[in-house]
Design a protein around this ligand. Structure first.
Ligand SMILES: Cc1cc2nc3c(=O)[nH]c(=O)nc-3n(C[C@H](O)[C@H](O)[C@H](O)COP(=O)(O)OP(=O)(O)OC[C@H]3O[C@@H](n4cnc5c(N)ncnc54)[C@H](O)[C@@H]3O)c2cc1C
Length: 167
């Protein structure tokens, strides 16, 4: 599973990776295994990352990164979530939501189904917990990863509710 922390947040907030003159959306920068599992990213031979840009957004201004791990330091995420929320003027209705997961897939995983399910909804614990289950839609249980399928939606829900507390 993809082990990094930073890229999970970059995927949540639609960053762009600059490879010299070439630009790649960060979600396309990390590659699924497919027929080339040896290629984890879109850097071509000779290219280096020269810059990363993150578009300004109200969702990024109210955001958090929640990382669950086996021990407190020098440990990759068992599951993590980068979450940002923009609320309507009432401070309770979700206008924009960004959710990306780390530690659960071969690349940082944008949970668009969770985002779409909660946009326009009032932030409430049971609604958030139900929608967070969509984060693992289609996940394959290989036995060893069973705990991640249990854990990931809880991490997503906790992160969303944590951001909600700051509204
Ligand atoms: C015990 C341990 C625990 C860790 N835990 C975590 C963790 O919890 N979360 C987390 O996010 N990371 C974790 N890491 C990873 C660590 O953060 C990475 O090693 C670090 O981010 C890479 O930085 P570096 O300076 O070591 O990289 P470097 O060794 O300088 O580079 C890493 C790779 O990137 C390439 N590279 C460097 N710069 C560029 C560039 N501009 N363009 C293209 N390619 C480039 C290098 O060629 C190399 O292949 C952990 C590492 C260890 C050893």
């Amino acid at each position: 599973t993809y082990p990094g922390d930073l890229a999970t947040a970059l995927v949540a907030f639609d960053a762009t990776v600059y490879l010299g003159n070439r630009q790649v959306a960060v979600d396309d920068f990390f590659l699924l295994p497919g027929a080339t599992p040896d290629r984890e990213h879109a850097i071509a031979p000779g290219e280096v990352i020269t810059a990363i840009s993150i578009p300004a957004s109200p969702a990024a201004q109210r955001s958090t990164y929640l990382k669950i791990r086996d021990r407190q330091s020098y440990e990759f995420a068992a599951a993590s979530a980068a979450v940002g929320i923009e609320f309507e003027a009432d401070g309770r209705t979700i206008k924009d939501l960004r959710v990306a997961l780390g530690g659960v897939a071969t690349k940082p995983w944008r949970a668009r189904a969770v985002e779409e399910a909660l946009k326009g909804k009032v932030l409430q614990s049971d609604t958030v917990r139900r929608a967070s289950l969509l984060a693992i839609e289609g996940a394959l249980d290989h036995g060893a990863n069973h705990y991640k399928i249990e854990l990931a939606p809880r991490v997503v829900a906790r992160a969303i509710l944590k951001v909600g507390e700051t509204a």
